[in-house]
Design a binder for this molecule. Structure first.
Ligand code: HBI
Ligand code: FE
Length: 286
């Protein structure tokens, strides 16, 4: 056998036994670094998920074990894939409550650099929130919406929603009115540098999340974000997504311009960094 034909759904066995001692060390290193940084910065639902899914055990998680717990909590499963999969395959997995996770892990000399999502980004970053009922339903709704967007040729537009929520979302946190923000997007939560940047840097915009606004906003894939959008709650995000008929929305938006990446519009709510926050420009890497 020389070539490996992908199965139609692109899944492969995780083959947990194949991970080397170095692989497990890389996981533990990244895990420790993030779990030291996240308390007080991440949405509490994320830490709750880590705990309920037993992800605090050392080493690359065994998906079989993880799935027993995840299935019992929200009916989701994690399936192993070699890397990025085609859009239609990705959406079909999400629509059926399966999260495709890269089964490789970055090398020790690549701790802060990734071209394709690896098991640390996918499992540490994405899976804890799949234990949360409203977020779990939102991910499925996104998958169904993705399959529908394929018919409308609207993937580029819908992918902005995924990017600015699932990957780089912020949420209001703390007591009502205290202006605190927390991270929840997997691209932030799994990145040491962006965890600090998203909350502490003076450079990006932090704007109230509105569906149409997000669908009109392009994004960067090669640097920290210039815009973060702030949701009220996963329940609100889910409700708006379920109640919106995206077909007519795509048609309407086809006639409107994109909002430039650093632009703030009159309808935007702008969040400023609360003084009680980490006051930590000094803690940002130079
Ligand atoms: N495949 N494994 C994997 N992970 C992703 O996050 C992913 C993908 N394929 C397509 C995709 N994301 C995005 O392009 C869609 O959200 C549009
Ligand atoms: Fe991701």
């Amino acid at each position: 056998m020389i070539a490996i034909a992908p199965s139609p759904d692109w899944t492969i066995p995780q083959d947990w036994a194949h991970y080397s001692a170095t692989d497990h060390r890389v996981w533990d290193h990244l895990f420790d670094r993030q779990t030291r940084l996240l308390p007080g910065r991440v949405a509490p639902e994320f830490l709750e998920g880590l705990k309920r899914l037993d992800l605090t055990r050392p080493g690359v998680p065994d998906f079989a074990r993880l799935n027993d717990q995840l299935m019992a909590l929200t009916g989701w499963q994690v399936v192993a894939v070699p890397g990025l999969v085609p859009d239609a395959v990705f959406f079909d997995h999400l629509a059926n409550r399966r999260f495709p996770a890269g089964n490789f892990i970055r090398r020790p000399d690549q701790l802060d650099y990734l071209q394709e999502p690896d098991v640390f980004h996918d499992v540490f970053g994405h899976v804890p929130l799949l234990a949360h009922p409203a977020f779990a339903d939102y991910m499925q709704a996104y998958g169904r919406g993705g399959l529908r967007a394929l018919e409308f040729d609207a993937i580029d537009r819908l992918s902005r929603l995924y990017w600015y929520t699932v990957e780089f979302g912020l949420m209001r946190s703390g007591a009502k009115g205290d202006g605190g923000l927390a991270i929840y997007g997997a691209g932030i939560v799994s990145s040491h540098g962006e965890t600090l940047f998203a909350l502490d840097s003076a450079s990006p915009n932090r704007l109230g999340w509105r569906l149409e606004r997000v669908l009109r906003t392009p994004y960067r894939i090669d640097d920290f974000q210039q815009n973060y959008f702030v949701i009220d709650s996963f329940e609100h995000l889910l409700k708006v997504t379920l109640e919106t008929d995206f077909g007519p929305l795509y048609q309407r938006l086809a006639g409107s311009r994109d909002i430039a990446i650093a632009e703030i519009t009159e309808s935007d709510t702008v969040f400023t960094r609360g003084d009680q926050s980490h006051a930590a420009a000094a803690r940002l890497p130079a």
